[in-house]
Design a protein around this ligand. Structure first.
Ligand code: NDP
Ligand code: HSE
Length: 429
């Protein structure tokens, strides 16, 4: 056994509690894997005097995270607080002082990954963040290491457990949005402020992290096109059902001729596609690479225990390296590909309209598409007395042209209402 590795844990909430419990319960086994004991030096929380049902000496709790992270007896800082402002300062000062960092904080990485990586490279410290995307699913290490010799073309997946839980419940049981969100929060899937989940911010942070690793490019959260699920209506769910599809909040990172597209939005996915069967708070991500072909990663994407699994995996890796005196390795950002605006991204739309059922209406609707150079793939019409329901699925086109077509349709006399507009991913409807 080598000298003990000193650990500072920041945060003892949903994830931190599980990490601290496993560190205490499995300490001997973890020490054997690392080749050195892991010793907890302190736990920073907002309310250090709160009584907690944890196998941790109460004297180790502190409010002063800034002092804890640079203590001389701390080797590795495990950050499980979340948010950007405070954590950025703590982790930059820890890395500058040569402390290695393990974090699950996707918001911070989506904003400041480059600064954190530079600080780690400057001091030779390690920076690991597997838990930040897909919780328990080993996904970042395969992108960063296993696929480092390949060329990734596309990453497509479900990366937010809360919204997948909500959409799955709405689809399968007809649960209301609010009831499903309440359940997801009680199960520990949602962020402290669930707006981050339902408005797509959480998934956008993860998309930025995935795209950065997949394309060796710095992508920040604010460069990701983001739409959440708050606008998904019962009519959208019904439209998807009628078309043999389901609605999922997708993260799509694609490499094209002109640059990369990184986006998060709800989309119709044909029920035959494996992503359509991903229910509950599970996550699933497809990676398409030039030589490897298609790879699928699937597992629990949220919750205390699954996230703790990834955190401890990183901790063992980092502690081994620290025990053996190995410095961290820099991440590659050599490509720095441009991030395309959403309007220039190529997508497909599914549009449901309520129209007047009279001569010339279909021709007027078709003309609106052709004027924007959008080709229609299928049309389905159903009479409803004096009105008709019209469902159109397009071929692939510029997203800007598709969106402009929908705006034109809203102003057509014959169109009573645009009932549902959704992008289509994962195959033909
Ligand atoms: P929680 O809100 O459950 O816990 C946050 C913890 O941080 C609490 O222990 C809180 O202290 C502590 N804290 C808050 N402010 C401060 C402060 N100023 N100084 C010191 N400590 C502070 O968060 P989660 O455990 O859910 O999430 C933690 C991180 O993990 C986030 O980055 C999140 O995005 C990420 N993550 C979460 C997943 C999940 O399923 N929950 C999955 C994957 C990643 P106190 O206990 O006193 O309130
Ligand atoms: N709130 C996140 C989710 C936690 O629901 O996916 C996992 O990152």
């Amino acid at each position: 056994m080598r000298r003990a590795i000193g650990i500072a844990v920041l945060g003892a909430g949903t994830v931190g509690t599980e990490v601290l419990r496993l560190l205490a319960e499995q300490g001997d086994e973890l020490a054997a894997r690392v080749g050195a004991p892991l010793e907890l030096r302190g736990v920073a929380v907002r309310r250090p005097d709160r009584v907690r049902d944890l196998p941790v000496d109460p004297a180790l709790f502190t409010k002063d995270a800034a002092a804890l992270v640079i203590r001389p007896d701390v080797d590795v800082v495990v950050e499980l607080v979340g948010g950007v402002e405070l954590t950025r300062g703590w982790l930059l000062s820890a890395l500058a002082a040569g402390k290695s960092v393990v974090t699950a904080n996707k918001a911070l990485l989506a904003e400041a990954a480059a600064a954190l990586q530079d600080a780690a490279a400057g001091s030779g410290a390690h920076l690991y963040y597997e838990a930040s995307v897909g919780a328990a699913i080993p996904l970042l290490r395969p992108l960063r290491e296993s696929l480092a010799g390949d060329r990734v073309h596309r990453v497509l997946g479900i990366v937010n457990g809360t919204t997948n839980y909500i959409l799955s419940r709405m689809d399968a049981t007809g649960a209301s949005f609010d009831d499903a969100l309440e359940e997801a929060t009680a199960l520990g899937y949602a962020e402290a402020d669930p707006t981050g989940d339902v408005e797509g911010f959480d998934a956008a942070y993860k998309a930025a992290i995935l795209a950065s690793l997949a394309f060796h490019t710095t992508v920040t959260g604010d460069q990701v096109h983001r739409e959440g699920i708050t606008e998904v209506t019962a009519a959208d769910i019904a439209s998807a059902r009628a078309t043999g599809a389901t609605i999922k909040l997708l993260c799509v990172c694609e490499r094209g001729e002109e640059g990369i597209s990184v986006r998060v939005h709800p989309a119709m996915v044909p029920r035959a596609h494996p992503l359509a069967g991903v229910g509950d708070a599970f996550n699933a991500v497809f990676v398409e690479a030039e030589s490897a072909g298609s790879l699928m990663f699937y597992g629990r994407g949220a919750g205390g225990a699954p996230t703790a699994s990834a955190v401890l995996g990183d901790l063992v890796t980092v502690a081994r390296a620290v025990a053996e005196g190995r410095p961290g390795t820099a991440e590659s950002r050599h490509a720095e590909l441009p991030v395309l605006p959403m309007a220039d991204t190529i997508t497909r739309y599914h549009v449901s309209l309520d129209v007047a059922d009279r001569p010339g209406v279909l021709a007027a609707v078709a003309a609106a598409f052709s004027q924007r150079d959008v080709s229609i793939r299928t049309v389905r019409q159903e009479g409803l007395g004096g009105d008709a329901s019209l469902v159109l699925v397009t071929h692939a086109a510029r997203d800007g042209d598709l969106a402009a077509t929908v705006e034109d349709l809203r102003h057509l006399d014959a169109v009573r209402s645009v009932r549902s507009v959704l992008r289509v991913e994962g195959g033909e409807l």
